[in-house]
Design a protein around this ligand. Structure first.
Ligand SMILES: Nc1nc2c(ncn2[C@@H]2O[C@H](COP(=O)(O)OP(=O)(O)OP(=O)(O)O)[C@@H](O)[C@H]2O)c(=O)[nH]1
Ligand SMILES: [Mg+2]
Length: 222
């Protein structure tokens, strides 16, 4: 996936720099219902684009917010999550994340902390919504407490892709959060990360100028 992503128009992530486009990613174990949730939300006229080489489906959604058109790309995986880890380009320039587990399978709830850890490595600041899916199978689960979201201070939703409960709410909230993140802090954080990287490289170059052994503590720049 790395390297030639720019040659595929759908993967040109620079477009997310423009005001009216946001990228929202979906994380969670296999079979928790990520794709079904997207399809439920986009029921009318969604356009899934299967990029099988990239193990990725992009769902494009257009909406109007405050009188302005907004294009949302929902990114869904096809398989990578089985390896419990995503390629970095999946996270690149994402503005929000919907993290899903299956209320009927405890193991998928336990995995949330790993997904969240990986998300924060790449996107330390983006809004993340936690979604407990498949409540239609047994409504009693809504009486249980799932503390992961509360502990991390994240919004939490009980949903069902099968009967539609709360699906529109989750997706609309995610779009609003993505937009407000983009407006307020994303560019700033990205800028800071870039500055830090440059700073690190410069200080390494500096120390080698001062007669340190060439390869000591250095990372190759090529
Ligand atoms: N009862 C019930 N079943 C659901 C619900 N959402 C999804 N499922 C079922 O769960 C299975 C997995 O759903 P998917 O949407 O394919 O799951 P996924 O997370 O996209 O899985 P991968 O693409 O393998 O990562 C399917 O058989 C769905 O029919 C739900 O809300 N209720
Ligand atoms: Mg899927």
């Amino acid at each position: 996936m790395a390297g030639d992503g720019n040659s595929i128009p759908e993967l040109e992530q620079e477009k997310y720099d423009s005001d009216e486009q946001v990228k929202i990613i979906c994380l969670g174990d296999s079979a928790v219902g990520k794709s079904k949730l997207m399809e439920r939300f986009l029921l009318d006229g969604y356009r899934p684009q299967q990029l099988s080489t990239y193990a990725l489906t992009l769902y494009k959604y257009t909406t109007t917010i405050n009188g302005k058109p907004v294009l949302v790309d929902f990114w869904d995986t096809a398989g990578q999550e089985r390896f419990q880890s995503m390629h970095p380009s999946y996270y690149h320039k994402a503005h929000a994340c919907i993290m899903v587990f299956d209320v009927q399978r405890k193991v998928t709830y336990k995995s949330l902390s790993n997904w969240y850890k990986e998300l924060r490595e790449y996107r330390p600041e983006i809004p993340c919504l936690v979604v407990a899916n498949k409540i239609d199978a047994d409504m009693r689960v809504t009486q249980k407490s799932f503390n992961f979201a509360k502990k991390q201070g994240l919004p939490f939703y009980f949903v069902s892709a099968a009967d539609g409960t709360n699906v529109v709410k989750v997706f609309k909230d995610s779009i609003n959060m993505a937009l407000s993140y983009k407006k307020n802090s994303s560019d700033f954080m990205d800028e800071v990360m870039r500055e830090l990287e440059n700073f690190e490289l410069e200080s390494k170059e500096d120390s080698s100028d001062k007669g340190e052994k060439p390869n000591e503590g250095k990372t190759d720049l090529v």
